[in-house]
Design a protein around this ligand. Structure first.
Ligand SMILES: [Ca+2]
Ligand SMILES: [Ca+2]
Length: 231
């Protein structure tokens, strides 16, 4: 059952989805601390299974593991006992098993009960950096539990981690398009130095100001962004 619809862009080049399911706990510890006029709700979440759903290319997609050697796949996540106002971190290792550089996105869905979504917030420390082929990235998932949590004795929700083709954002001066302005870009500029459109050595990649001539103006742009990376 979908209680909430999350706006998730349909990614045509989606490589893989990993769905981490969190089932209802069997046991919930609920304590009333009457003397303090505080109702403290303890949430206990049991481990569940991991399911692969959605589009998975034959070349593979991403794998989620407990260890940096990627030998133990994440079959379940146990958030253990959660106290109102607390934060719970769980670290996993995500390996790019696709045949191209990817970036990750994450979403949650299927909150049950739906009100749990109001009180629980899942985030991660992944900042959108590219993950090369075979590269392993450690990612920490953080679950925040609101102090105002009430009326929830157990809950579940799904996490979907999705890999997409990484699109490099270039910056002026980045002739080779790797997102970094450095020696290789200067070399491309140097080979095309003092050429114009139509010349055999003219290279549009080094014509940073797009005026059809490669010269000092382009070198100035490269120099301005020297050793800078695209955001
Ligand atoms: Ca570059
Ligand atoms: Ca130019």
């Amino acid at each position: 059952m979908h209680y909430y619809t999350f706006i998730v862009p349909a990614v045509a080049n989606r490589l893989a989805q990993v769905r981490l399911g969190f089932k209802k706990s069997k046991l919930v510890s609920f304590s009333l601390v009457i003397c303090l006029v505080v109702i403290e709700l303890m949430l206990l979440l049991n481990a569940t299974t991991i399911q692969r759903v959605g589009a998975v290319e034959a070349t593979g997609g991403i794998g989620v593991y407990w260890d940096s050697n990627c030998t133990k796949a994440v079959l379940s996540i146990d958030w253990e006992t959660l106290k109102p106002g607390s934060v719970k971190n769980v670290s996993v290792y995500i390996r790019n098993e696709a045949n191209e550089t990817v970036a990750l996105s994450m979403k949650t869905e299927n909150w049950d009960p739906s009100s749990a979504y109001t009180y629980l917030t899942l985030s991660w420390n992944y900042m959108g950096q590219p993950i090369g082929i075979g590269e392993v990235t450690k990612v920490t998932l953080t679950l925040f539990i609101s102090k105002q949590v009430s009326g929830i004795t157990n809950f579940r929700f799904d996490i979907i981690i999705e890999a997409q083709t990484y699109v490099i954002k270039t910056i002026p001066g980045d002739a080779d398009g790797d997102g970094y302005v450095y020696i290789k870009d200067l070399a491309i500029l140097g080979k095309a130095w003092r050429t114009k459109i139509g010349d055999p050595n003219y290279d549009a990649r080094a014509d940073f100001n797009g005026d059809g001539v490669i010269g000092l103006l382009d070198l100035a742009i490269l120099g301005k962004n020297w050793r800078k990376r695209s955001p």
